[in-house]
Design a binder for this molecule. Sequence first.
Ligand code: RAM
Length: 354
Amino acid sequence: MKPSTLALGISLLALIAVSGCGSTKTDTSTTPGATPTAGAKTKIVFIPKSAGNPYFTQVESGFKKNADQFGIDFSSQAPSSADATSQLAVIKDQAQRGEEVIVIAPNSPDALNEALDQVVAKGVIVITADSDLTGNESHRSVGVLPVDFTTIGPEQVELLGSQINYEGEIAILSATSDAPNQNAWIESMKTTLAEPKYAKMKLVEVVYGDDEPQKSTTETEALLTKHANLRGIIAPTSVGLAAAAQVLGQKEIAPGAKNAKNGGLVLTGLGTPNELRKAVKAGVVAKFQLWDPADIGTVAGYLGTQLKAKKLDLKVGTKFDVPGKGSFEIKEKQIVIAGKLVTFTKENIDQYQY
Ligand code: RAM
């Protein structure tokens, strides 16, 4: 190649790299330094639980920020609600569009089995992420979970218990009643509550806000009306936690607030720092938890490219490196843990921008 042609080639590459970031599409095959061979982009679509949930925008950012390096042609397509069957049509459509890898946060542990089998039969690789096909893992190749789900119960119950002196009536505000991740966490909370340390904490009700802000608000208000002695709420859903925080803030019933009775209503759960920052600074929520949602997208995206290229063995115990992220392992039931649980407080919340 003549020097002038080479220079032109380099500047063209730079131009493509700079202009390559779209909102839902990321075309990256020509980026210098990309691991896969040029032109070998993997078409990956992410199907979140439902549209309009900021948590999933953060998951998507994990796919997008690594798309250049990993060689991913990324898009996402969400159903309008988190109903058990809302993702069926999306799965079918995306396979028909020619997506090679479907990464899905399933809304049901079993309602998607047949639809997933059908696309797998056509050669599509199916990866679950964020939540899993609990009990039906054979209908996907690998599941990318944010943390070890069995740690959520002990962590969340302790977080609430330590703020109410391990005593009093408590409730859970969940997402949908079918949500595999929330249901696994609720089970692990119930197991924890059965320990002697928590004997004086009584779970009086589990309600479902369906990951919709309005329904989560209504369910929170109903809990407060129904259980006059309620001391605490755990909302293991970012949508539910944000909605409940708003209710507590408006009613001024958090510990130390004007209308607090009985020491105040303590709220904790799983939510994004961006959505909870105000409530934490106002003292409505003292402590809550989450992981970095982007880790899920990064790890699932990388796995998608490796499975498509047939470069990864999914045998339990296999270790693999995700460039820039470190080492991961294929665990029992082909589960990969992408991140770690963080506890947010007034002191540290500004360090987290997601
Ligand atoms: C909501 C969803 C999601 C869950 C987070 C914590 O955004 O239910 O599945 O992981 O909360």
